[in-house]
Design a protein around this ligand. Structure first.
Ligand SMILES: CC(=O)SCCNC(=O)CCNC(=O)[C@H](O)C(C)(C)COP(=O)(O)OP(=O)(O)OC[C@H]1O[C@@H](n2cnc3c(N)ncnc32)[C@H](O)[C@@H]1OP(=O)(O)O
Ligand SMILES: CC(=O)C(=O)O
Length: 521
């Protein structure tokens, strides 16, 4: 067993995060993914909370798990109630998991003000519940809620609560930094004192309210904690929990603690968990975000090209991520050379064409273009600068209209007409669409399909409009970013104009030309 175990609570504490919700099937899929990845405990939920969580445990009990112990979460018995009569405790046992985690109160403030029971009764609630679950053969983890806030105020009572759990047979005491406001120095010092007092290691459960959820858990590990509880992508109540996606590589790569995890699958795991929660990926997430190894500044790219570790704290491949070089008005020749190389263009250092391309990038970016997410437009730009671009058609004119029909059942129609020439043949098409850009896209495809049948495989996957230079009101510039796909690859193109239709047209045409170029290659 690893000297530090990873306890995942994405499916319990994570789902307490605003906007995070999983169906029972999603929960099973996430649990399977976590098990495959190799975490040691998976807290599946709170069986006494809702039918979805109860159904998860029913389903989980029928499956076999490779590495993880499935764990059910609940609370100590209610005040003035016998533990065997408490329906919440019964539901914990009914979950049929090998391990259970019970949360209990440490902070006298909560005991007397919220529970409104005596401090002695709280100790009995902890002790009775842990002993009862142990008697039923469960591994018991005891989550000492608000441990750090409580310890600051009343160390003596705080220690009594966890001692009650330990004496009742708890397998692990977990110190919870529930309100997320403590700082690492205090967490480290307190954890060290508690370990000395109990004579054995503890687990750590932190929240990120002060932006130091991961740092606090690392501090506890430095003090001797043997388990880290957290969530994938840091989901959780309020601003979230200790982000396992960050702390796992910190522990394994930076601190040299062998967690037994294949971190090359970390990014895949992070994305999977986001996808099922229907949450956009955080591009700036340490280790796993798209931006984590993206180099934009010319000086950075120049150095990274020679020696990656000049601007990378770890090799991106170790966590399943990759290096990205972006093109922008902060680029130097090195950005262009590296990026172009990835597209199959080779330039020698000092090649004058690199400077020409760079100048064009900077000119366009000053007009509002952004090539960071529009790699296909960047490739088209290179080809144009190198004289390798052959337009697939010559535009004669296009026209796009939007009509609103009044009356009781007012409705709108959009129509576009296009006149163009392909290989000397003149084409004239008209089509409708949901909006003027959609109508234009439909009319353009209609015109080109007879000449390029492969276009039937290509579709728009995303369309984003950003108003730039907003100070000039309706005359402001519009940047349109289009993502296209053929079902396998996706590519981004960009267009800028004072007119949204024209900006869209530019991005549409780049996207089509890029697709046809790749199909022909
Ligand atoms: C720090 C954490 O993140 S702990 C996890 C928090 N997560 C959640 O609360 C999500 C799941 N919760 C739920 O589904 C519900 O709150 C339930 C089913 C657990 C309880 O629902 P209800 O019975 O309707 O109670 P409600 O939520 O209003 O209040 C909580 C009750 O639990 C009691 N309680 C709270 N913590 C504990 C504890 N550690 N041990 C014993 N009782 C507790 C409170 O005193 C209160 O009881 P009371 O109404 O008799 O005063
Ligand atoms: C138990 C728990 O989730 C907490 O104290 O934060």
């Amino acid at each position: 067993m690893s000297p530090v175990t990873i306890y995942d609570t994405t499916l319990r504490d994570g789902t307490q995060g605003t906007g995070i919700s999983y169906s029972t099937l999603d929960k099973i899929r996430v649990a399977e993914k976590l098990d495959e990845f190799g975490v040691h405990y998976i807290e599946g939920g709170w069986p006494g909370s809702n039918p979805k969580d109860a159904a998860f445990f029913e389903e989980a009990s029928k499956r076999s798990w490779k590495t993880a112990k499935i764990t059910a979460f609940g609370m100590t018995r209610r005040g003035k109630m016998k533990v065997e009569d408490d329906p919440q405790v019964k539901m914990l046992l009914d979950a049929k998991t090998p391990a259970v985690t019970v949360v209990g109160k440490t902070w006298a403030l909560h005991v007397t003000e919220v529970f409104q029971v005596s401090l002695e009764e709280n100790l009995a609630m902890i002790s009775d519940t842990v002993a009862y679950l142990k008697k039923h053969g469960r591994e018991v983890l005891y989550d000492a809620e608000h441990f750090f806030d409580s310890f600051k105020e009343n160390p003596e009572y705080s220690l009594k609560t966890i001692k009650a759990a330990q004496d009742a047979g708890a397998d692990l005491i977990v110190l919870c930094e529930t309100n997320g406001g403590a700082l690492p120095e205090f967490v480290e010092e307190t954890t060290r004192k508690v370990i000395a007092h109990l004579g054995r290691p503890v687990g750590i459960h932190t929240h990120n309210d002060g932006g130091v959820g991961v740092a606090n858990a690392l501090a506890a590990v430095r003090a001797g904690a043997c388990q880290v509880q957290g969530t994938i992508n840091g989901y959780g109540e309020r601003v979230g929990n200790c982000n396992l996606t960050t702390i796992m590589p910190n522990l394994q790569i930076k601190m040299g603690i062998d967690l037994g995890l294949d971190l090359t699958r970390l990014r895949e795991l992070a994305n999977f968990v986001d996808e099922l929660a229907n949450v956009p990926h955080d591009i700036r997430a340490p280790y796993v975000g798209v931006a984590a190894f993206t180099h934009k500044g010319g000086l950075h790219v120049h150095a990274v090209q020679k020696l990656a570790r000049t601007y990378e704290h770890v090799d991106p491949a170790l966590v399943g991520n990759q290096r990205v070089i972006t093109i922008s008005d902060m680029s130097g020749q090195s950005n262009v050379m590296m990026k172009a190389e990835g597209m199959g263009f080779k330039f020698a250092k000092g090649d004058a064409r690199v400077q020409t391309i760079l100048s064009e990038v900077k000119r366009l970016e000053s007009e509002g273009y952004e090539f960071e997410a529009a790699e296909a437009s960047f490739e088209m730009l290179i080809r144009k600068q190198l004289g390798q671009h052959k337009p697939v058609f010559d535009l004669i004119e296009y026209h796009s209209t939007h009509r609103f029909h009044g009356g009781e059942h007012g409705f709108e129609t959009c129509e576009a007409t296009i006149k163009l020439e392909v290989d000397g043949s003149r084409v004239y098409t008209v089509d409708e669409g949901d909006g003027p850009v959609n109508a234009l896209d439909n009319a353009l495809r209609k015109a080109l399909l007879p000449f390029f049948p492969a276009l039937k495989d290509m579709r728009l996957a995303d369309y984003k409009v950003r108003i730039i230079d907003g100070g000039t009101g309706t005359a402001a510039k519009t940047r349109v970013l289009i993502t296209s796909t053929d079902g396998n690859a996706t590519w981004g193109t960009v267009g800028v104009s004072c007119n949204i239709i024209d900006a869209s047209w530019k991005a549409l045409v780049d996207g089509i030309e890029y697709f046809l170029l790749k199909r022909a290659a």
